[in-house]
Design a protein around this ligand. Structure first.
Ligand SMILES: Nc1ncnc2c1ncn2[C@@H]1O[C@H](COP(=O)(O)OP(=O)(O)OP(=O)(O)O)[C@@H](O)[C@H]1O
Ligand SMILES: [Mg+2]
Length: 355
């Protein structure tokens, strides 16, 4: 298969070497943002408290941590010192210890930068939600179908009950009615859970097989699985660190794209998970129309879609990539026109057990 890796452009210019002082909320936000930018190298992060959240995050990202600010500030070849400690004494400390070539960003400039980072994160979250709500618009037909089946059953049973005299049969049918009502309320529960805003709860180890199954259930409302065979090829206990609502959102997007690609003629959807020492992979494959090489470079761009006007937002894969990058993972695509497509997500190796 032709490999259409979505690799980052390798910069030939030397990276800007940055040190972060302060590992509270500001330092953590900066770390998360800067580490995604290839032209920036984070030399290290420091905090007096080695339990601070940014220190933990830096360890996960294999970025050097220290509680000795002086050592970091004096680092040879440092271009920029970002001070988000909020401590006025720190500014004087930096000025007296830093090398002359290093620039300093501190005080209100650092605060403004942090506000911008937070603002961007808020916009991003709103964009995810807008795209999710737009996709829910297409659920109507699926929901109507799934609710209609138990409703028809309830109707039939209730009609029978009106004439039934045998008490044992009455009890049996009443039980069937309760079961059918449970099924319809499960549908509305799944969907309202999916539609709500992503919870702001902290990242945790998320068991991926369960999230894939949940996404499959949601995707069935979004699109018709007519003539589509689903294969699940899971390795047990595969987990990655992230936000579970966001992960379900990622998988729903990839599954619906795969099913749309097989709209004509059906095919096979394969969901696979693997875990190795190098990391955790989730792959979602279809045997659909494939992606032509002339558009493969654009599919992750916001608003890029080949769907008819009004059918797709073109934000699906853009949001998928943003979430995966935030989780320190990467996404690759392999595709052949008229043969099919595989999206593979690779997350860093799991270090904890799933909750
Ligand atoms: N599995 C796939 N097979 C073939 N083409 C794909 C596949 N996944 C994505 N694409 C292509 O990438 C484009 C962008 O996908 P993306 O999910 O970002 O938006 P969309 O699916 O068009 O719109 P929306 O997600 O809002 O419904 C699609 O329009 C399609 O051309
Ligand atoms: Mg899509």
């Amino acid at each position: 298969m032709k490999h259409l890796t979505d690799s980052a452009v390798v910069s030939t210019i030397a990276p800007v070497r940055v040190a972060i002082l302060g590992a509270g909320r500001g330092g953590t936000a900066l770390l998360d943002l800067l580490h995604q930018i290839p032209s920036i190298e984070i030399v290290g992060i420091t905090d007096r408290d080695l339990q601070a959240p940014g220190i933990q995050r830096a360890r996960d990202l294999r970025i050097p941590v220290t509680d000795q600010a002086e050592e970091l500030v004096r680092t040879h070849g440092l271009n920029l010192i970002m001070d988000v400690t909020g401590d006025p004494a720190m500014e004087r400390f930096i000025q007296s210890h830093k090398r002359p070539a290093a620039d300093v960003l501190s005080g209100s400039a650092a605060r403004v930068l942090w506000e911008l980072v937070r603002h961007e994160a808020k916009l991003q979250a709103e964009l995810f939600h807008a795209e999710k709500l737009a996709s829910i618009g297409s659920f109507a037909a699926g929901i109507a179908h799934d609710i209609n089946n138990p409703l028809q059953l309830i109707m039939g049973l209730a009609e029978n009950l009106a004439e039934e005299t045998d008490l044992k049969t009455v009890h049996e049918q009443a039980r069937d009615i309760v079961e059918a009502v449970r099924r319809t309320s499960a549908i509305s529960r799944d969907l309202t859970q999916y539609a709500r805003k992503t919870s702001a709860r902290d990242d945790a180890m998320v068991a991926l097989n369960g999230r894939l199954d949940e996404a499959l259930k949601i995707a069935r409302y979004a699109t018709s699985f007519h003539d589509i065979t689903v294969r699940r090829d899971y390795q047990p206990d595969v987990a990655a660190r992230g936000n579970q609502d966001e992960l379900v959102h990622v998988f729903v997007n990839l599954i619906t794209n795969a099913v749309h690609a097989m709209e004509r003629g059906g095919g096979t959807l394969t969901l696979a998970t693997r875990m190795s020492r190098d990391g955790v992979t989730v792959s979602i494959s279809d045997t659909g129309c494939g992606i032509s090489p002339d558009i493969s470079g654009q599919i992750f761009e916001p608003f890029f879609t080949t769907k008819d006007p009004g059918k797709g937002t073109g934000l699906g894969l853009y949001n998928v990539k943003t979430i995966v990058t935030k989780m320190h993972g990467k996404i690759d695509v392999e595709s052949l026109v008229d043969r099919g497509t595989t999206f593979t997500i690779t997350f860093p190796p799991a270090t904890e057990t799933p909750s």
